[in-house]
Design a protein around this ligand. Structure first.
Ligand SMILES: NC(=O)C1=CN([C@@H]2O[C@H](COP(=O)(O)OP(=O)(O)OC[C@H]3O[C@@H](n4cnc5c(N)ncnc54)[C@H](OP(=O)(O)O)[C@@H]3O)[C@@H](O)[C@H]2O)[C@@H](O)CC1
Ligand SMILES: Nc1ncnc2c1ncn2[C@@H]1O[C@H](COP(=O)(O)OP(=O)(O)OP(=O)(O)O)[C@@H](O)[C@H]1O
Ligand SMILES: [Mg+2]
Length: 322
């Protein structure tokens, strides 16, 4: 596990005086509706606290003021239920490094249709897409929407995994073979990265399975998955930059890691994981579990997702900057 932590550390861009605002990540969260305003907030604020420079939330009109009132740091666009929602989000896509689709999206048909349009536009632009929560509901209805798009990462919880698995494999999940199930689901989706959250998180690209069993706690309040998808939005972008075709990434990484040149980092990523998204997912899972662990030590049973958000900075430092 320590080797994978090292890989996560290596894709984190250095803090440097010459950088401009936005360079370390502009992340978009697609979600937030009348019922759910907490989920997109948790994802978006976590993205910022992990180290993104700007975090945008694209939500419905009635959710926007509520989400803005939680935090002045978020940029909130009340467009998701507008008649030209896809176009309104598309205008921003060239400025976004990754998007997270689904936290608090809800299951309203119009919103799901708009989410579908946003996924299609993002695919054309090659943007990394994390799909969580109701975004996964959409995918289990229409898997072809994301099947084979290797810049997508799915982050299902127990129920979301079962729904996706049954939709794709036409079989119930085999509770004696979690490894096999996550491998098969990833393969059926065209080898995109699948993060099966649970007591142990299983992360697969259809070839390998990484296990994250970093210590969390037994407190299971809502919103923890939203921290995970928000942090993964940033880490997926950073890991993607470490890819060989990204000169910018090479520059970033050669700055950050004096012992390891960019080529050897890429070779290490290939050798150990092949897919840098596996490294990103491992980073997001271990960070979420560390936040849970720290917050639980302070608050015990009263711990909530907001308490975990307050731990992101120290958890990140402990795991990745020591
Ligand atoms: N503050 C906010 O705004 C938050 C908003 N959120 C938003 O809510 C939306 C819906 O998301 P979701 O995760 O609640 O929906 P879904 O996948 O249908 O699961 C629901 C049911 O699955 C079951 N279940 C779950 N785990 C299980 C297990 N291990 N083993 C067995 N069963 C298990 C369990 O069923 P039950 O125990 O009730 O029978 C549970 O009730 C989505 O937009 C999301 O982002 C959340 O992010 C939280 C914070
Ligand atoms: N039994 C468990 N023990 C330890 N950690 C767990 C357990 N179940 C889930 N987790 C961790 O909690 C985080 C969120 O997973 P969870 O299954 O709660 O997501 P979720 O249902 O999508 O959450 P949300 O309420 O945000 O929608 C993950 O980092 C996962 O590793
Ligand atoms: Mg969830």
């Amino acid at each position: 596990m320590e080797n994978i932590f090292q890989l996560v550390r290596n894709v984190i861009p250095p803090l440097a005086g010459k950088k401009h605002k936005g360079q370390d990540g502009r992340i978009g969260i697609i979600g937030g509706c009348q019922e759910y305003t907490g989920a997109p907030y948790f994802a978006a604020i976590t993205a910022l606290k992990v180290g993104a420079d700007l975090s945008h939330v694209f939500c419905t009109k009635d959710a926007a003021t509520v989400i803005k009132s939680y935090s002045p740091e978020l940029i909130v666009h009340p467009v998701l239920d507008s008649p030209n929602a896809v176009h309104e989000v598309e205008k921003w896509l060239p400025r976004l490094h990754s998007i997270v689709i689904g936290p608090g999206l809800g299951r309203n048909d119009v919103l799901l249709e708009n989410a579908k349009g946003i996924i299609e536009k993002s695919k054309v632009k090659g943007i990394p897409i994390v799909i969580d929560a109701d975004g996964l509901w959409l995918i289990s209805q229409q898997p072809s929407l994301i099947q084979g798009y290797q810049r997508a990462i799915l982050t299902p919880n127990y129920m979301e995994f079962s729904r996706l698995y049954e939709a794709m494999l036409r079989d119930p999940v085999d509770s004696n073979d979690h490894h096999g199930c996550v491998l098969r689901l990833s393969q059926a989706m065209g080898n995109l990265t699948v993060v099966q959250k649970g007591e142990r998180d299983l992360i697969s690209d259809g070839e390998k399975v990484l296990v994250c069993s970093h210590e969390g706690s037994s407190r299971r309040c809502g919103g923890q998955g939203d921290l995970l998808s928000g942090s993964l939005g940033v880490l997926a972008h950073w890991a993607f930059l470490a890819g060989p075709e990204k000169t910018n990434g090479y520059d970033c990484i050669s700055d950050s890691s004096s012992q390891m040149n960019p080529l050897s980092l890429w070779q290490l990523l290939q050798k150990c994981c092949q897919n840098p998204f596996l490294v990103a997912a491992f980073g997001a899972c271990s960070l979420t579990r560390q936040c849970n662990n720290q917050a639980f030590q302070k608050f015990g049973r009263s711990m909530t997702a907001s308490d975990m958000v307050s731990e992101v900075g120290t958890a990140f430092n402990k795991l990745f900057e020591t």
